[in-house]
Design a protein around this ligand. Sequence first.
Ligand SMILES: Cc1cc2nc3c(=O)[nH]c(=O)nc-3n(C[C@H](O)[C@H](O)[C@H](O)COP(=O)(O)O)c2cc1C
Length: 247
Amino acid sequence: MKVLYFTATGNSLYVAKSFGGETYSIPRLLKEGHFHFEDEKIGIVFPVFHNSVPKLVEEFLDKVTIRSKYIFGIATYGMYSGAATRTLIEIGKRNGFDFSYINEIVMVDNYLPGFEMKKQQGGEAKKLIEEHLSQIVNEVGIDRKYIRKHSAATELIRYLNLKLYDKEFEKNFTVDASCNGCKTCERVCPVDNIKVNKQPDFQSNCQHCLACIQNCPQKAIHLKNEKSTERFVNSNITLREIIDANK
Ligand SMILES: Cc1cc2nc3c(=O)[nH]c(=O)nc-3n(C[C@H](O)[C@H](O)[C@H](O)COP(=O)(O)O)c2cc1C
């Protein structure tokens, strides 16, 4: 089994690893130009962004060819997944992927403009992540056919959310005096959008993933309107793994 994933704070990597197959990072595949996969089973695991599929994942799926009898897609999300699975189905259709299984799993919501990270982590137990995850892993294990569908009304929400893909998102970032120039932000950015000289300099291709902010050891990077000074990274995943995934 091969599982292709995108992660900023580890939730999707944790899910991807749970299947026990070989894992491949989508940002790295894009950088390396690796666009052909064949296996008995192939999975795509990604976080929901703005009620949809992250642009970077869509860009990858528009380029890749996948040969497999069983293709599955899993969206990790925190609060409301909106049109994410509908969008995945649509991307699959236009690229000739016949998904056998699409599902989603609610985890900690890492969206700083919306949530306080401590409260999110306090509510983790209620989300029954392990139970849901082991059910999904079992279902994929027995080749279950299932497509999680959402109503067409979510399309409107997706449309409105597209506006959130502000081209100048990086202008919402500030860096405080605790920054020691360690370059972790540069290393965890999936699209090499950050260059650290003494402090991070944000270029104009930000994907909004918040990996730079959430993984900063000094908590020195801030987002305008953030609801949290605390930061979140999935406790099962190390910083090294996130750097390896996105460098
Ligand atoms: C830019 C951005 C947009 C997000 N949009 C949504 C959303 O629309 N709905 C939702 O439930 N969670 C949303 N989230 C939360 C993530 O989907 C969720 O925390 C995910 O599990 C993070 O995965 P990761 O740790 O692999 O990066 C968003 C997060 C970010 C950074």
